[in-house]
Design a protein around this ligand. Structure first.
Ligand code: SAH
Ligand code: SF4
Length: 338
């Protein structure tokens, strides 16, 4: 038996056709699941008893069980989910002053890439999430929060290492027979896998892309992000250029500010050089404490970076952290066993 929540509309339609069922029936089932968030076959009231029984023989329905949630003083809410095999993942709901509600979604349990400043990478990868487990985070949060405005794939894991399931989740989430969520309201954040950035450019999506740069100096970046050895800055720069040319869209560069490590004058100059000729905006991220190795840059240094980049006409903002006291901020998701 297979989990029907993992199936795209196309897959359902062809399976229904193989079994002599009309395509519109597949569409009905798909809408019950992904639009009406009805996760039991008996709730699909317009299908008829016979079809519901057939579905129960062929498929089961599984999304995610919410284990625990905690809310910070600033309204940020962290959700802990337990997967069937016992692994745990976290998602975050961020509400900003303008009323925008952003869900930050995990794509892997753990992460194999081991960036030195990130709690998720500390214990390595447990496993990739299935499409239903990626969607299940959004659906569980949507059940208690009506008007989610944005979805960002910036939780635990590297989205592009789980490429097929990520893409399927995006397609289902944005399908008009499903939740019909706006593609432009979705952001995927990658640590910079050059080949996957190129592949993603060719998917013909309107989704936004963010790249975790964190340093524009190969030596510094390799120390912070081991992935830089396989995908060094030259290759990353070319891939981002290709993405911008192919999609016509701007890319966001994320840059976690670490005192004395990547926030010196020379780091700023390298960053400026990296941005040259690229249609990018820069998000400077104050470091959220993890471990003892790194310290956050001072407010003055952040300010200095912002002004220097703006003066080069590089669109730059500081992305202030939310939910730090509940360890829901960037790089703090680790889903510890309680
Ligand atoms: N693996 C993907 C997406 C998840 S990480 C990626 O690396 O892009 C999401 C963001 O959190 C990245 O931009 C990363 O650089 C940032 N981040 C990681 N650890 C952090 C920390 N301790 N403080 C602030 N940001 C951090
Ligand atoms: Fe993985 Fe992203 Fe954390 Fe690096 S920053 S360890 S790629 S989740």
């Amino acid at each position: 038996m297979q989990n029907i929540v993992n199936k795209s509309l196309d897959e359902l339609q062809s399976y229904f056709a193989e079994n002599g069922l009309p395509a519109y029936r597949a569409g009905q089932v798909y809408s019950w699941l992904h639009r009406k968030l009805t996760f039991n076959f008996d709730g699909m009231t317009d299908l008829g008893q016979e079809l519901r029984e057939w579905l129960k023989e062929k498929y089961y329905i599984k999304t995610l069980a919410l284990k625990h949630s905690v809310t910070a003083a600033d309204g940020t809410k962290k959700y802990l989910f337990e997967l069937l095999d016992g692994h745990r993942i976290e998602s975050v709901l961020l509400s900003d002053d303008t009323g925008r509600k952003t869900v930050c979604v995990s794509t892997q349990a753990g992460c194999p890439l081991g960036c030195a400043f990130c709690a998720t990478g500390r214990d390595g990868l447990q496993r990739d999430l299935e499409t239903s487990e990626i969607l299940g985070q959004v659906y569980a949060i949507a059940e208690e929060t009506q008007d989610i405005s944005n979805v960002v794939f910036m939780g635990m894991g590297e989205p592009f290492l789980n490429y097929a399931n990520l893409l399927k989740a995006i397609k289902i989430l944005t399908s008009k027979e499903g939740a019909n969520f706006g593609q432009r309201k979705i952001t995927v954040s990658t640590c910079g896998l050059a080949d996957k950035i190129r592949a993603f450019a060719r998917e013909n999506l309107q989704v936004r892309l963010a790249v975790s740069l964190n340093s524009a100096d190969d030596n510094v970046r390799a120390r912070l992000m081991p992935v830089n050895r396989k995908h060094p800055l030259g290759a990353l720069h070319e891939a981002i250029k290709y993405y911008i040319k192919t999609t016509g869209r701007r890319v966001t560069l994320e840059y976690v500010m670490l005192a004395g490590v990547n926030d010196r004058r020379s780091d700023l100059e390298a960053l400026k050089r990296f941005c040259r000729g690229l249609n990018v905006n820069v998000n400077l991220i104050p470091f959220n404490r993890f471990g003892k190795t790194f310290k956050a840059s001072s407010a003055a240094t952040l300010d200095f970076f912002v002004k220097a980049l703006l003066s080069e006409d590089i669109n730059t903002i500081v992305r202030h952290s939310r939910g730090e006291e509940i360890e829901a901020a960037c790089g703090q998701l680790a889903a510890k066993k309680k």
